[in-house]
Write a new protein. Structure first.
Length: 196
């Protein structure tokens, strides 16, 4: 089945009580859901590192969420883990959309990989304490050191963006040199694990 037709480019407000019968989570190309990250995730649409799989969440036939999973940046520290690298839902998503979304991602990981656990982070600098992971039965196993990030043009970037070879990284380095971009230190991130 071609799922591309299920991912329209626009979506309407769906501020209603969550109904599982109207929800569906499907693997998809990143291009189909990148606008969700652009508009609803503080890191925007640029994702560094490898993507194992991207997912779109539909509600009533409209795209209301996006997620990307991949290998953890510190694979040796978390052997057998798959990281929910990024996840976002539109602000108008029904209550419990995120819990449903995570449960479907975990189900896909169980069925399609050899992973032994699912890893994710909640960024305290952004006010994300991990409520959604706690509700989904993840265990908080600690915190990272304080986060360091680059702030430029209303977006945040990982400091790694200053050293990689991408078109935007050259502009970012120029912005640091001119003072238009700033390197900032934030709070730690909470580390969450769901054992499979």
């Amino acid at each position: 089945m071609n799922h591309a037709s299920l991912f329209p480019d626009d979506f309407e407000s769906v501020a209603v009580k969550f109904d599982r019968k109207k929800a569906e989570v499907l693997p998809c190309d990143y291009s189909r859901v990148r606008t969700i990250f652009r508009d609803y995730h503080y890191k925007g649409e640029k994702i560094g590192g490898g993507i194992l799989q991207c997912f779109g969440m539909l509600y009533g036939g409209r795209v209301v969420g996006a997620a990307v999973i991949g290998a953890p940046r510190h694979e040796a520290k978390y052997p057998g883990a798959i990281d929910i690298r990024r996840m976002a839902c539109v602000d108008e998503s029904p209550r419990n959309s995120e819990s449903y979304f995570i449960s479907r991602i975990i189900k896909w990981i169980r069925k399609n990989t050899d992973a032994t656990c699912v890893l994710s982070y909640s960024d305290l600098t952004q006010g994300h304490s991990g409520t959604i992971y706690k509700a989904a039965n993840f265990e908080c196993v600690g915190e990272t050191s304080a986060t360091v990030y680059v702030e430029w043009n209303g977006s945040t970037y990982h400091p790694r963006s200053l050293s990689i070879e991408r078109p935007y990284s050259h502009e970012l380095r120029k912005a640091i040199a001119s003072g238009d971009a700033k390197v900032k230190t934030g709070l730690p991130k909470k580390i969450w694990i769901y054992n499979l």
